[in-house]
Ligand binder design. Structure first.
Ligand SMILES: Nc1ncnc2c1ncn2[C@@H]1O[C@H](COP(=O)(O)OP(=O)(O)OP(=O)(O)O)[C@@H](O)[C@H]1O
Length: 316
């Protein structure tokens, strides 16, 4: 089986380059190396590789080396009919994908996998907005979290911190700044046909797996192969309490707060009146007040089993 690595050397403030160089030196297999040259390149690469193998009617292994943004692009590029195996080597700053989905840690893991390839089909979320659709593997949402991500990626502090390998701290700075500039909003959330209204929301996030924002256990009950998504609405909290929520959320303790509402479902419609930033897997798409639809889809790609690791994923 052919093995194609798609590498984002810029992930994790340059950690991608280090991780790849170490892995590459240890690999004793034939492989193809594709280094991303620009944002969006991983999507183009996985698209062309998956179409090629669909034509050939052959399986292949694509390994994304990077962070959540890289795996997000790879999944969005893959032809929905493609039966490729998808693996991941974490090299980003947050790496939420690898906290739940299986991933490779060493060259040996990949070599062992190739001897007896196995894996599972996973749930994937899909956001539909205007006439567009975007898939997500971790989560997607609207409001404060997208606003912070956008502020962090545009901040001069991030560029400075990136240079010294501390890019992740920029989210802390941006969160504090965003707390004083972000306006809470009215939102209607429709969960499989049932309507709920919130009038001082901070954010609405739809999750396919528990982790969010680099290790925060926002949606503890989410499982990426149970055929359902979970929506979390954080509403009616003071600024100070929102900061405290970001502490409790690392342990999943926030779910007991009355300000946190969660629902399970297959289709959610989220409607806001004023334009707000929205994201999929932490990649900010833009700002909108159009209705957003989040739904569960199942595709043909197969998430690798790393036989060395005990699985945290439930079998159905
Ligand atoms: N050659 C490149 N130059 C600039 N940006 C790139 C390049 N290749 C990929 N990117 C972009 O880098 C961004 C960050 O990648 P990624 O999310 O994988 O790393 P990260 O942000 O460090 O990790 P995490 O999302 O897990 O915190 C993505 O939006 C991707 O589109």
């Amino acid at each position: 089986m052919e093995v194609h690595f798609i590498i984002n050397e810029k992930s994790g403030s340059g950690n991608g380059r280090k991780v790849w160089s170490k892995l590459k030196n240890q690999l004793n297999i034939k492989f193809f190396e594709h280094i991303t040259q620009f944002s969006g390149h991983a999507l183009q690469l996985s698209k062309s590789i998956s179409i090629e193998f669909l034509k050939r009617n052959e399986k292949a292994l694509i390994v994304a080396v990077g962070g959540d943004g890289t795996i997000h692009e790879v999944i969005n590029g893959i032809d929905p009919q493609s039966k490729l195996y998808i693996g991941f080597v974490k090299a980003g700053s947050g790496n939420d994908f690898s906290r739940t989905f299986q991933s490779f840690e060493t060259a040996n893991d990949i070599e062992q996998f190739l001897k007896t390839p196995s894996g599972s089909k996973m749930d994937c979320g899909q956001l539909v907005y205007f006439e567009e659709a975007r898939k997500f593997v971790n989560n997607a949402g609207i409001g404060f979290d997208a606003f912070v991500t956008l502020k962090a990626s545009h901040s001069k502090i991030k560029r400075l911190l990136n240079k010294i390998g501390l890019g992740k701290l920029s989210y802390g700075f941006s969160t504090i700044i965003a707390l004083f500039t972000f306006k809470r909003f009215n939102v209607e959330v429709e969960v499989d046909g049932n309507l709920y209204n919130f009038n001082k929301a901070w954010f609405v996030t739809v999750s396919n797996q528990p982790y969010f924002g680099g290790g925060m256990k926002l949606s503890p009950d989410s499982k990426p192969n149970d055929g359902e998504l979970e929506v979390t609405i954080v509403n009616n909290l003071t600024h100070l309490k929102l900061l405290l929520l970001f502490v409790t959320v690392f342990f999943g303790a926030h779910t007991k707060l009355t300000a946190v509402t969660q629902f399970k479902g297959k289709t959610f419609h989220v409607r806001v009146s004023d334009p707000l930033y929205f994201h999929t897997d932490g990649e900010v798409i833009g700002s909108t007040n159009a209705s957003l639809t989040y739904q569960i889809i199942k595709e043909n790609w197969i998430c690798v089993d790393n036989n060395r690791k005990s699985t945290q994923i439930i079998e159905i």
